[in-house]
Design a protein around this ligand. Structure first.
Ligand code: SF4
Length: 70
């Protein structure tokens, strides 16, 4: 499974007809929840490159690496 390198934890619960995804993000240190009626995992295990938090953290890391290698 593809997963964002900044994803700390992903837990899936089933409550009646509802799927509850709880995921912890290393970038903003928030624990988030996503509710869905069908299997619909959060962006962190799908197209995480489209996540604004991922993009900003990746840019920050890349610029740090560039500074060290210059
Ligand atoms: S995809 Fe975005 S919200 Fe999910 S762990 Fe990565 S940076 Fe955080």
């Amino acid at each position: 499974m593809r997963r964002c390198p900044y994803l700390e934890e992903l837990v899936k619960d089933q409550r009646a007809f509802l799927r509850v995804y709880r995921f912890d993000c290393h970038v903003d240190h928030q624990s988030k929840r996503k509710y869905a009626l069908r299997d619909s995992p959060p962006i962190c295990v799908r197209n995480y490159e489209d996540c604004a938090l991922y993009q900003s953290e990746k840019r920050r890391e890349d610029s740090t690496i560039t500074r060290y290698t210059d």
